[in-house]
Structures are given as C-alpha cells and as structure tokens.
Design a protein around this ligand. Structure first.
Ligand code: BTN
Length: 264
C-alpha cells in the first residue's frame, strides 16, 4: 500500500519521505503523539489499514474497520503560539475537501467544526491534538483524519447506519491510495499557508461549512439552546444567534444541524 500511495505523490512534496504505513494500530493519532514526543519531524505521516481504538472528538470512538477507510495522521511543528492555531481544524477540513474533490470530482461539506459530510451524512471526521509548552509555544500538533471509503451500509454498526456514509455508497471513486496521496499534497500545501494565509483559509472554510445559515441546536450538559448559525469567526468558533436575539461565539461542544444526523 505504501508504494501505491507514494506512486501518486509528486517528488516536490517532502512529506513523502516521512510517510509510514501500518496494517493495524490502536489509533494513528495516539501513535503520532508518541512519535512526536520521541522527536519525529514536521511532516511525519502515519496511515493505517485498521484502527482498534480510533478516536473522535469529545471522547467518542471512530469506527475504523480493516480496509474500508483511510485512517491518517500528520505531525506538524508550526513555529507559533497555540492561540495562533485556533483555526487548525477548519484549515485541515478545507484541505481534505480539496483532496476528496480532486480524486472523486465531488466536494464534501464540513459540518462545524470537524465532520466531513456528503449527502447530509457523515463521511469522516478530523481530530486535532496540540502539545503546548509552558511558554504557550506549540511543541507539535497531530492532525488526524478518518474517511469512510468502501463501506457498504452494513459495514457500519447499527448506531451509525442512518448517519454515516462512504465514498462508495455515494457512487464515488474510493481509491484509497490516490486519496491518501491527494491528502498528503493538500496538507503539505496547507502547512505552508497555515499561518501566512489564515484569512484566505478561513474564507474557504466558511464556503465549505454547511452549518452556516442553518437552524441548529447547541447541546451542552446543562441545557440545549436553539438558534441559527450566522458565521464562522476567524478563530474557528461558530457565531450563533438565538431566538431571543442574543449572539454567542460557540467554540466547543456539540452543534446539531436541523435535517442532519436524525435531528428533525
Ligand atoms: C470525529 O469524528 O470526531 C473525528 C474522527 C477522527 C478520526 C481519525 S482516524 C485517524 C486519526 N486517528 C484517530 O484515532 N482519530 C483520527
């Protein structure tokens, strides 16, 4: 698989020299953090055929069966403070949309903040994890991306059957090697633009983000509030206007979009 992936990556992309393929891992993000602690360089790419402990945002698991998906993590070492990297998940979302579009001809959307969606269903997700020094400098970031490629409906566990989709289920090309290569190219480009092109990246994310303009519910442990998503701020937070006219920049937690994932 590694050779197949490399055959689609141009020589101009240096991340190809630090790309690793694993048949099975617990989680490529967990492994990425371990390798980063041990000094793995900027641009280290970890791709697995299967994850036994794939992780998602908010402590959720990410279903990662053998051979059906892409389970991909990238180690970045940007020279900046953590507060300058609040847009990282959004930036990765837009880069992955570029890669999926390049390979399949169809551009997914992003459900704020980190879900890749096609046909109103979840195609995949992004999990970004930062290690920050006491000075506030970023030591490293691990960006993890999972994409459902060749699953049929029955390959998902019952609780995901109505909310998840795959490239195959959408009738799209699900060539994992080509998509891994396109993701590596797109993420290399992103790594160079991440800080200097922040404004342009967020403009692109706002176009990809299907949550903007929708009726939404903001789910918190103590309450659920209903409103409309107005826009995405430069730090990646979601600007929400509630029924009483008050506005809030939501930066964490779960936001449900009416008409998606069973929210009616
Ligand atoms: C989410 O849906 O909340 C994010 C899912 C992220 C899954 C990817 S798969 C590769 C990397 N390794 C993990 O354990 N998680 C991410």
């Amino acid at each position: 698989m590694k050779e197949q992936i490399l055959s689609h990556i141009t020589a101009a992309c240096p991340f190809r020299d630090t790309l690793h393929w694993y048949s099975t891992v617990d989680s490529t993000n967990t492994l990425g953090k371990q390798l980063a602690q041990q000094g793995a360089p900027h641009g280290t790419v970890l791709i697995a055929g299967q994850q036994t402990g794939g992780r998602g945002r908010m402590g959720r698991s990410f279903h990662s069966p053998q051979g059906h998906g892409i389970y991909y993590s990238l180690i970045l070492r940007p020279d900046c403070k953590a507060e300058e990297l609040m847009h990282l998940t959004c930036a990765v979302g837009t880069a992955v949309c570029d890669a999926v579009e390049a390979v399949t001809g169809r551009r997914p959307g992003v459900k704020w903040i980190n879900d890749l969606v096609l046909g109103k269903k979840k195609l995949g997700g992004i999990l970004t994890e930062l290690s920050v020094a006491p000075s506030g400098d970023v030591a490293y970031a691990v960006v993890g991306i999972g994409i459902n490629c060749t699953h049929s409906g029955t390959d998902f566990p019952p609780e995901l059957e109505t909310v998840a989709t795959s490239l195959s289920m959408e009738g799209l090309c699900a060539d994992k090697a080509k998509l891994c290569a396109a993701m590596t190219e797109a993420l290399y480009k992103l790594s160079r633009e991440l800080l200097p092109q922040k404004h342009a990246i967020m403009e692109r994310y706002r176009k990809d983000c299907i949550t903007v303009g929708q009726d939404i519910a903001v789910l918190r442990s103590e309450e659920t509030r209903y409103g409309r998503a107005v826009s995405v701020e430069s730090d990646g937070s979601l600007l929400v206007e509630y029924a009483d006219g008050t506005r809030e920049a939501v930066s964490s937690g779960e936001v449900s979009v009416r008409g998606m994932y069973g929210y009616v």
